[in-house]
Design a protein around this ligand. Structure first.
Ligand SMILES: Cc1ncc(COP(=O)(O)O)c(C=O)c1O
Length: 409
């Protein structure tokens, strides 16, 4: 069994890059605090941007998934299983369990880190309510075979585009999250539009949107305390994610930055008032951020040696959320991470292992099957930062550490 190493917390006073970051201008705060506006205007802008017909703004990605599953399960009450990748955010399992449904794991593909099509075929049955295709790091999963397999058993396809808001499928130019029966996004910390709060559920189907509306209108609205605490969190995020201050939250163990934990609690709520306005307002910057992430990706692809220690993704200039590097097994990814981290270079791993081995969730899933690709990603995946605060000096540091390791192995 793969051993799970925990990140170590040490407070080192030095400029430190966060793994992912996006600008949030101060004037955005006035939208949250003072301006009363018609949220519909912004909703329509967001619908246009994504190219979808119906949108529901929730408090988080997991509450959006909860809402989707409540609606879909009201349409197919006899089905109770939801297929998710074995290597993904454990919050998916929390939302599924909260709906009283059963998460079923499926191994992942080493090509796009999404569902492995061979494994998916063996998992979809008449009991499958939905298949959740995750676009990990904003990298598009191949949706055609997933839809075909799900269709055969009348299962719904849910796209988890939490990490890929604004990214597009390479062939069709459609936005991620818009080709399944439903799609959802997160605006939590570390996402392409990280606002410390918010989720969005979208669909093009009238009947599904009606089913969603029935549950959405029952969701509690946020209150003034929720709004104030969001403003406070967002301001703290803005301040402390600066490279000069990020070492402070990074060194605080109770914030659990960089740690993957199973949190069973899901509190489905509508998004707090004002968040729609900020998303609408920041859309114009998102495309700029995507171009920056693309350029940084291209730089890593051209400058980090292929060597035997580093396997590069094959799409060199994609606007990943973070740039993925697959290290060879045995190349001591964690030692490299430590070297990069000590210099404050914003490298991070993703999830440590397959979900059925994650403490807290493993006892609930009670699934002792092997998911070899999920375990391999847990042990070998390393990500590099792509945001606009990554400068020449940081890239040179990353290059020198990784290329030396490639030579040394
Ligand atoms: C792929 C993926 N799906 C879903 C979620 C859940 O989003 P939230 O944290 O907003 O509930 C996350 C969050 O980290 C995620 O990375």
């Amino acid at each position: 069994m793969a051993s799970i190493t925990k990140p170590t917390f040490r407070m080192t006073v030095r400029p430190t890059l966060p793994p992912a970051w996006n600008p949030v201008p101060w004037r955005t705060f006035s939208k949250l605090l003072f301006v009363h506006y018609d949220a519909r205007t912004f909703e329509n802008e967001i619908l246009d941007y994504l190219g979808v017909r119906y949108a529901f703004f929730c408090s988080s990605g997991r509450s959006s998934l909860w809402l989707a599953l409540k609606a879909l399960s009201s349409l197919r009450q006899e089905k109770n299983e939801v297929i998710i990748p074995a290597y993904t955010c454990p919050a998916l399992a929390s939302a599924i369990l909260k709906c009283g449904l059963k998460p079923v794991l499926c191994d992942v593909s080493m090509d796009d880190f999404g569902l492995d099509i061979g494994s998916l075929r063996s998992k979809v049955t008449g009991k499958t309510l939905a298949v959740v295709a995750v676009h990990l790091l904003g990298r598009p999963s191949d949706m055609a075979p997933i839809k075909e397999i799900a269709d055969k058993e009348c299962a719904f396809v849910i796209e988890d585009a939490a990490q890929g808001f604004g990214n597009v499928f390479p062939k069709s130019s459609q936005k991620l999250g818009t080709v399944g029966h439903v799609g959802f996004f997160s605006f939590g910390r570390g996402k392409p539009l990280g606002l410390m709060h918010g989720g969005l559920l979208v669909t093009n189907s009238k009947s599904i949107s009606e089913a969603i509306s029935a549950f959405y209108c029952e969701l509690p609205d946020s209150d003034r305390i929720d709004r104030l605490s969001h403003v406070f969190n967002l301001a703290a995020f803005k301040l402390f994610s600066s490279p000069y201050l990020y070492w402070i939250p990074k060194g605080m163990p109770f914030l659990h930055l960089g740690q993957t934990r199973f949190e069973p609690e899901v509190r489905p709520q509508k998004a707090i008032y004002g968040v729609t306005g900020i998303i609408g307002d920041l859309l114009k910057y998102l495309d700029e951020e995507k171009i920056i992430r693309q350029r940084q990706s291209q730089w890593y692809s051209s400058n980090i040696n292929g060597g035997h220690a580093v396997v590069k993704p094959e799409c060199p200039s994609f606007p990943f959320l973070r740039y993925p590097l697959l290290m060879e097994p045995g190349s001591n990814r964690d030692k490299l991470l430590q070297a990069l981290s000590t210099r404050g270079l914003g490298a991070a791993r993703m999830y440590p292992c397959a979900l059925n081995k994650l403490p807290g969730l493993k006892e609930i899933l009670d699934d002792d099957a092997d998911y070899p690709n999920a375990d391999k990603l847990g042990a070998c995946l390393l990500t590099l930062p792509l945001h606009r605060n990554v400068g020449d000096r940081h890239r040179a540091g990353i290059k020198s550490i990784l290329n030396q390791a490639a030579k040394g192995n």
